[in-house]
Design a protein around this ligand. Structure first.
Ligand code: C5P
Length: 300
């Protein structure tokens, strides 16, 4: 067994997020295009007699992250051990850079990172399809966080197929001071649609065409998020932030997933830096990130 393993676990954004009517199990059918972006948490595991977790924030408030057995990354470690019938535990450390409850799958990515890290530490050699099945049990976004890149997600988000995509893109990420609960945003979506019939979600053709050709301008106009009105309803200030980016030179702007992080699509890295300047003062934290990047990977 190795002495210690560290995995880089990327944030995800949704280039499109189509949401259908709530299913009987409470989840919503999704048709989404995910992209992993270059903002990473680091998950480190070491052998221990029982599971424990320490969370540090690198510019991110981690007060709301549970460190007990309910934490999704610790659950991932326990689930992998049970899957292999091994009596192993870990001392886990998570260095968080992805905003907590930010709509960027930070917790899901940590869980994907924990699966990859423990599999390497315990040398269990879990086949990819088994890791994907365990990931899907843990949460809707966890399978995508394993594969990364650009991918289509269906089902409740857990059925992931790589998407044909060319080139790379630069994003400005506007992080909010306080997170939004994903269930609250889906509940607000239901409230806003009460009494109306919600169509089954679809992947926009224009978005897939833009990704195939690497046309950043076309991609910008094709970005969409059915949860955005719900996020605006819960956080009205986000509407002004998105409008500011669109009035500026962003090719596209939208809420990331369930929010409150907002995304601005730039032409290239230089343009992203200019866009960030335009947004200074409008959001507490502004970061630049390229995408797509690979999913959770061992780095040390
Ligand atoms: O799958 P995950 O645990 O990340 O989902 C968190 C919550 O988000 C769910 O409990 C549910 O309230 C909401 N959700 C949903 N439909 C989805 C994914 C998540 O309603 N497709």
């Amino acid at each position: 067994m190795r002495g210690r393993v560290t995995v880089a676990a990327p944030a995800k954004i949704n280039l499109s997020l189509g949401v259908g009517p709530a299913r009987d199990d409470g989840f919503h059918p999704l048709a989404t295009v995910y992209q992993a972006v270059g903002l990473y948490d680091e998950v480190t595991v070491r052998p221990a007699r029982e599971n424990s977790l320490t969370v540090h924030g690198d510019g991110v408030d981690v007060c709301d992250v549970p460190t007990d057995a309910t934490n999704l990354a610790l659950r991932a470690a326990a689930r992998l051990a049970a899957h292999h019938g091994v009596d192993e535990a870990v001392d886990m450390t998570v260095l968080k850079r992805i905003p907590v409850a930010g709509g960027m799958a930070g917790g899901s990515s940590d869980a994907a990172g924990a699966l990859v890290a423990c599999d390497a530490l315990w040398e269990t050699g879990t086949p990819q399809h088994e890791l994907m099945a365990l990931a899907a049990e843990l949460g809707s976004d966890v399978p995508f966080c394993l594969v990364g890149g650009t991918a289509v997600g269906t089902g409740r988000g857990e059925v992931v197929m790589p998407a044909m995509s060319r080139g790379s893109y630069w994003w400005v990420l506007a992080l909010a001071a306080e997170g939004l609960s994903t269930p609250d945003v889906f509940a607000e979506f239901d409230r806003l649609h009460a009494g109306s019939s919600v169509p089954e979600p679809e992947i926009p053709d224009g978005l897939m065409a833009a990704l195939r050709t690497g046309d950043v301008e076309q991609l910008g106009t094709a970005l969409s998020n059915d949860l955005q009105p719900a996020a605006f309803s819960l956080r009205p200030e986000l509407e002004d932030l998105v409008a500011l980016g669109l009035q500026g030179s962003a090719h596209g702007a939208l809420v990331s997933g369930s929010g409150p992080t907002c995304l601005f699509l730039a032409e290239d890295e230089t343009h992203a830096a200019t866009l960030r300047e335009l947004l200074v003062g409008s959001a507490p934290t502004l970061l630049l990130a390229p995408g797509p990047v690979p999913g959770a990977r061992v780095i040390r």
